[in-house]
Design a protein around this ligand. Sequence first.
Ligand SMILES: [Zn+2]
Length: 467
Amino acid sequence: MPIRIIVSVFLACAVLSAQSPPNWTTIEAETLRHFQELLKFDTSDPPGREAPAAEYLKKVLEQEGIPVELIEIEPGRPNVVARLKGSGAKRPLLLMGHTDVVNVDPKKWTHPPFSATRDSGHVYGRGTVDDKDNVAAGLMIMLLLKQQNVRLDRDVIFLAEAGEEGSTRVGIQPMADKHFAKIEAEYCLAEGGNVTRVAGRVKFASVQTLEKIPRGVELTARGPAGHGSTPLRANAVVHLASAVAKVAQWKPEVRLNETTRNYFKRLATISPPADAQRYLDVLSGDAKAVAAADEYFLDHEPRHASMLRTSVSPNIIQGGYRINVIPSEAKATLDVRMHPDDPPEKFLAEVRKVINDPALEVAWAQRDVRPGTGITRLDSEAFKAIEAAITKHYETITLPTMSTGATDMAYLRAKGMQCYGVGPAIDSEDGPKGFGSHSDQERILETELHRFVRFQYDVVLSLAGSR
Ligand SMILES: [Zn+2]
């Protein structure tokens, strides 16, 4: 077709669509098409290879007339940044998702991991719930805003980042440190939340507003080496074993903040009476009631126990090399997830006190230290818009949550951005069946992908649309 005809057809379509409300049947087909295309790129990290997915996003956005930039820190691993301009009346809104995925063992997949196979209402593939769902939703929101010619009070920025799964040096780190002006926003929506379905029914929505901060602690026991035939009380292995047992049994101080207080309070309203009582006990300030609930959590709801404190998990232990040699050194590494309100140096001093053994050296271990997390408010315009859209699309309660794990939002919160983790509805049975994020297989319900796009479109309209 001559260019002039293409342009006029394009303009005619644009004018038509600008005047008509979104046609969700067409949009669902378009969503599914882009989602499947994105899933078919093998972006396993390592090594990453996000480039084809990034090029695809760039092409689709540019075809719609949306300016796009690829920002590459390492060859073949670009980040995608697109921006729709608003009037500037409000500060921008950032939509973020990561294009890389965790590795797969193809033998474990019924449908090949990069086939994006549709089967009985699900789409199968690595990245279906982590995190090509958010990438596809972010892309669709940009396309919809443009197609619908929505007037914006603030810029809407889309960032499809590389390297979230263990190589943030090519993704969020440099984006936050060196290219922040390109993504700076008042609010950000990214992975980290979801809607929980049980037996096919929506139970609650989690919106991540805070996260714990990963650190590592290394314990090194030292003692005299010797012959195994003559046991020594100073044996480094003995001292290390005792130290590990002490920290594992230790219950660091219980802490609450705005997010966890609201979480337990709201969770109590939808829980059976005995569970609800424990969630309220945690908030009661009554030391005995808090301790009893905590004890129950440690046995039955370990994620809740972790949400209440800085947690310590001894995950690596090394020592000795021959059965008849007493080694002079033994080491253990603790996975520490700092409660955001717990001062790190004070915590380390407490670990030393708990171990109380001069044969042990206690020090921070080598680990990528994420920046401390800023405050994401629950009384913000953004949280209210998210909560309203959850009520509208899912007819359920919103639980603000503090992740025990870490996300890339930490880097943005550290810069003062208010970030909210959202996600589509997931069957709680899917994880144990082996279909969750990072599982042997991964899948999403098509209907929930589409509902997530509609939900997110409403959130964005409410936050960024001109009134
Ligand atoms: Zn992810």
